[in-house]
Design a protein around this ligand. Structure first.
Ligand SMILES: NC(=O)C1=CN([C@@H]2O[C@H](COP(=O)(O)OP(=O)(O)OC[C@H]3O[C@@H](n4cnc5c(N)ncnc54)[C@H](OP(=O)(O)O)[C@@H]3O)[C@@H](O)[C@H]2O)C=CC1
Ligand SMILES: O=C(O)C1=N[C@H](C(=O)O)C[C@H](O)C1
Length: 270
């Protein structure tokens, strides 16, 4: 099969630069475009130079449409409003859109679902193999352990620059736990505790958020019973695990019908 041409949007960001390095080192994929927001100081710079792999002859642009027109897919780790715009452009171009952006609200999710009528969209709060396997284990554990006996708490820690909470991964793991329990996460989640909260309500799923330093991403799901505790954890040591997952998703989605897919679909874990 021919090489897959990929556009990296948010190309100057932490994930954007990791994606450029990852694609550069892989066979079967090529960077054909690099996009940043209008006004970014990086417009006009070579995306490979910025990412530290030398010149790749792809200048960072603030004009996504010409870049999308010559691409087979888009890798998007940006911000929710931009992601919705890019999903619309990917739908127009009938190409693959891999979405790693987190902090999406209901209005963003609805727009992405609409775009997936024409684009092949893979969206996940975490593109790593490890976290997606963890989600399967969490669903199993939550199903096996009765809500009356085991309380579920999800703890995450990320670097000081992260802007959304709980993380996309924490929510993904929360949804897996809720699925295992056969409940709706929206109705059962406790996202904040402060002051006199009263005793814990049976069957709820709690979230706790830590931020600091350079932590790439730590997640633990604690199933706490009387006299015993099970902890299922994942530590991301390097952003390349997300980038490799995103490229794998793009290659997988290339031959699919338009639709909204997850990393569980890509990894055969659904
Ligand atoms: N699903 C997963 O596996 C993972 C998801 N993420 C998520 O990815 C997102 C990005 O994370 P990270 O790379 O750390 O963040 P960064 O802030 O480092 O990168 C985001 C980049 O997107 C740029 N950007 C903002 N608006 C636009 C726009 N309209 N057009 C093009 N580019 C734009 C930003 O530019 P500027 O800074 O100039 O505004 C920035 O360069 C977050 O939501 C994060 O949670 C991260 C890692 C893994
Ligand atoms: O912002 C990050 O850095 C990360 N974001 C994702 C999330 O919100 O879960 C994935 C990963 O943990 C890193």
């Amino acid at each position: 099969m021919s090489e897959m041409g990929l556009v990296v949007v948010g190309a100057a960001g932490r994930m954007g630069q990791t994606l450029i390095r990852t694609i550069h080192a892989m066979e079967g994929v090529r960077v054909v475009g690099a996009v940043e927001r209008a006004g970014s100081p990086h417009i006009g710079r070579d995306a490979g130079e910025l990412a530290g792999v030398g010149t790749i002859d792809v200048a960072i642009t603030d004009d996504p449409l010409p870049a999308f027109a010559k691409a087979d897919g888009v890798l998007d780790f940006t911000v929710p409003a931009a992601t919705v715009t890019f999903a619309g452009y990917a739908a127009q171009a009938r190409i693959v859109h891999v979405i790693g952006t987190t902090g999406l609200g209901a209005e963003h999710e609805a727009a992405i679902e609409a775009a997936a009528r024409h684009a092949m969209i893979v969206k996940s709060g975490n593109m790593s193999l490890g976290v997606n396997l963890l989600a399967v284990l969490v669903r199993q554990a939550a199903k096996a352990l009765d809500a009356a006996d085991f309380d579920i708490e999800i703890v995450e820690m990320h670097h000081r620059h992260k802007v959304d909470a709980p993380s996309g991964t924490a929510l993904l793991l929360g949804r897996a736990a809720a699925e295992g329990r056969g409940v709706d996460l929206g109705e059962k989640s406790v996202r904040v505790r402060d002051g006199h909260t009263g005793a814990r309500e049976t069957g709820t799923i709690g979230f706790a958020t830590l931020r600091g330093g350079s932590v790439v991403g730590d997640h633990s799901v604690i199933l706490a019973g009387t006299g015993e505790r099970i902890t299922l954890s994942h530590q991301a040591e390097d952003r390349s695990i997300f980038a490799r997952g995103a490229v794998k998703a793009a290659l997988w989605a290339r031959d699919r019908k338009p639709g909204l897919y997850s990393m569980l679909d890509v990894l055969g874990l659904a």
